[in-house]
Design a protein. Sequence first.
Length: 316
Amino acid sequence: MTYWDPVHRHGPEHLARLLADAGAAGAMVVDLPDDQAERWQAAAKDANLSTPRLVPRHLADTGLATVAAGASGWLYAPASTGPTGYRGPLDVPALADFTTRLRAASPLPVVSGVGISTPALAERVAPLVDAVVIGTPVVRALMASPEQARCSPPRSPTPCTRTPPRRPVPDSTNPVPVLSRIASDASCLHQALRALPAERGASALAAHITDAQDLADTALRLFLTRSRQTSRPSPTDLLLLHRVAQIAKAAQDAAAELTAALARAVENQRRQAAATSRRVVLIGPTPQQFIESATDLLDRIPALCDAREWPESPCQ
């Protein structure tokens, strides 16, 4: 999320490329001028960025349809007409009417933020939209205790923000943004596995199996995209394809190890539940050993994604 002034200062085309190279999936310019919308949307499209749009409540249906037609990714419906950081009451019926108008104008998901300052308000807004944005409360907490944000161990089993799974791989000659996302997601999954509770809950393990499979899926789609773009691959192209294939295999192997951990955990839980007075015999290797094997596999992926060490790399 940003404002038009920094976009204008950098230049829409230049900033769109910078965001894409950094691994961004999209950018919402909340005060995008009407006479600059077409230029920004074209620049973002060339960089494979989504262009969500903030839709003001006061727009008539014709204006709303115009804004929605130029959006991609989602539509942002402010929960309050107040400024960012507003902490007063919300007119939930008015927001419900507005989201109904948005859904009539566009098939895009509707996201709401601004003024959702408490869990109770988030609970009231959630049934009306596809996602709820919590901004200022998070920033306020970080400002109050910045040292905890830097140093505290993660409390959540998934401390990183991952990119949405199964996003289309951009049809681009530059694979770096996709590789950056893969490396980031692999690191996040590694952290999540390290932060799993001691009891290794089956539901958490199952979710992480899906995460690893998504990593492999993204790598395989990048492989297909790159191989189709080059009819006669050069040695550098083949090196890239080899690396991407290794990444896909590491992710698939990690998913297999986590699946084995899940099966072993469920079987041992079944044995413990069925036991009465007799001694429980648990199967080895333990779920923990399978999980550690998966984390070792995930450790390899960021290094494989690092394009800087490739000789004559087109990604540099």
